[in-house]
Design a protein around this ligand. Structure first.
Ligand code: NAD
Length: 384
């Protein structure tokens, strides 16, 4: 019996595609689990060809199926010239500064479209590091290209359960309350300067809280952008001193990230949205929660990145019911759903995050960041 191979082109030999000690992400292991003997990685693109070759060698040495014929390329254009076989899917796991734009060198999606017009694209979050207009232009040029964006929290079983409760009980959401408390000790003591410098990375809201903001959007949809308000605690303020941040002197004060961003807004449905992002905890584990309120109901999702727990308080009882989701793997689910759609085995709506939708999360996170920065500037002027 011949096995129908599924061809994948991997872009980026970094952590999100090949794993790291920092978190549960690793797209390749999910591809391997989904496709087994069908996986055929036709190319691995990374300008750091040594890193790419090393990652590939690890897979081959471990006897993992799917990498026997993989060729390393320094660019998408080179892959377009030299690859054997048409990839059904491209896995775009590179930093946002090289994608999400029409500008040369930052236009990975459009390079893929040019060299592999039939290939579906899985792209990581955040959707871009460019302007909103630029990334909207990318979306327009991608046209009918099948896309999926790596907002994996949307695929959690706990989230599906919350959606069912909302639907079955005909609930109208009154408020979303999200908290994202980062444990900064590792980054703060290992000179991970990019995270703490707004000019090097996108900052804690656009680059990090994006996951939980996107999850709020998954439940509530459109936001009234004019309503977005935010206040911050900055590093130069007394409550902003961080004892385990050891190298910030090298970052200009105006480029340092806020320690706390406290934002609120109105969804167009009329519900309110709240986000508190903090760079405050020591240790390793991030602390994230999302609470949804409706008349008589509280749905609280705890630890969506780790072992998700759902606490439900419903009409008729003051006691919260706890459900623990011990063996859920949303990274697997997002890849699995995308492959099923590509192969025609599932309807497109099982893809829970599209390119066009992810742009709206990008827009909201920028609105929050800019509202926080404006408020900090006003406070500085007033107190000067
Ligand atoms: N969904 C999640 O939970 C999650 C987790 C980690 C990272 N991410 C996202 O994944 C993306 C990549 O993060 P990472 O941690 O893997 O970064 P990384 O720095 O470990 O890896 C990025 C790799 O891309 C390569 N690269 C740079 N320019 C390239 C280009 N033009 N073409 C091909 N390769 C290129 C780099 O050489 C590097 O090897 C980021 O957008 C990040 O936000 C998402």
């Amino acid at each position: 019996m011949t096995i129908q191979a599924f061809n994948v082109l991997i872009i980026g030999a970094g952590n999100v595609n090949f794993g790291s000690a920092e978190g549960p992400w690793c797209h390749t292991t999910r591809l391997e689990r989904k496709l087994g003997a069908r996986l055929n990685v036709v190319g691995l693109v990374d300008p750091d060809v040594k890193r790419a070759a090393a990652r590939l060698a690890e897979k081959v040495a471990a006897g993992v199926h799917g990498y026997q014929d993989t060729v390393v390329f320094p660019s998408i254009a080179a892959a377009g010239q030299g690859i054997k076989g048409i990839p059904q899917m491209a896995l775009l796991g590179v930093q946002p500064s090289v994608r999400g734009s029409t500008k040369p060198g930052q236009d990975a999606e459009l390079q893929l479209k040019k060299h592999f017009p039939q290939t579906a694209i899985f792209v990581e979050k955040p959707i871009s590091a460019s302007t909103l207009e630029d990334v909207q232009d990318v979306a327009a040029q991608l046209g009918s290209t099948r896309t999926s964006v790596g907002y994996m929290l949307r695929y959690l079983e706990a989230v599906t359960h919350m959606q069912q409760l909302i639907k079955e009980n005909n609930l109208t959401i009154m408020s979303t309350i999200a908290t994202y408390f980062m444990a900064y000790e590792f980054a703060g003591t290992n000179a991970r300067a990019g995270y703490f410098d707004k000019t090097a990375e996108l900052g804690p809201i656009v680059g990090q809280a994006t996951h939980i903001v996107d999850l709020c959007r998954f439940f509530c949809g459109e936001v009234d952008l004019d309503s977005v308000l935010a206040v911050t605690v900055e590093g130069y303020e007394k409550p902003g001193a961080l004892s385990r941040l050891l190298f910030e002197d090298g970052i200009k004060e105006e480029n340092r990230i806020p320690r706390i961003t406290n934002a609120l807004w109105k969804w167009t449905s009329g519900a309110t949205g709240t986000l508190v992002h903090a760079v405050a905890l020591h240790g390793e584990a991030y602390d994230t929660e999302l609470t949804i309120l409706a008349d008589g109901w509280k749905l609280k999702l705890v630890d969506p990145y780790g072992v998700p727990r759902l606490y439900v308080r419903r009409p008729g009882s003051d006691v919260e019911e706890e459900t623990i989701f011990k063996s859920d793997d949303p990274f697997y689910s997002e890849v699995s759903c995308f492959i099923d759609v590509i192969e025609g085995g599932a309807e497109p709506d099982v893809i829970r995050s599209s390119y066009a939708d992810a742009i709206k999360t990008y827009e909201l996170t920028w609105a929050i960041r800019l509202a926080g920065e404006a408020s900090a500037s006003r406070r500085r002027v007033t107190s000067a």
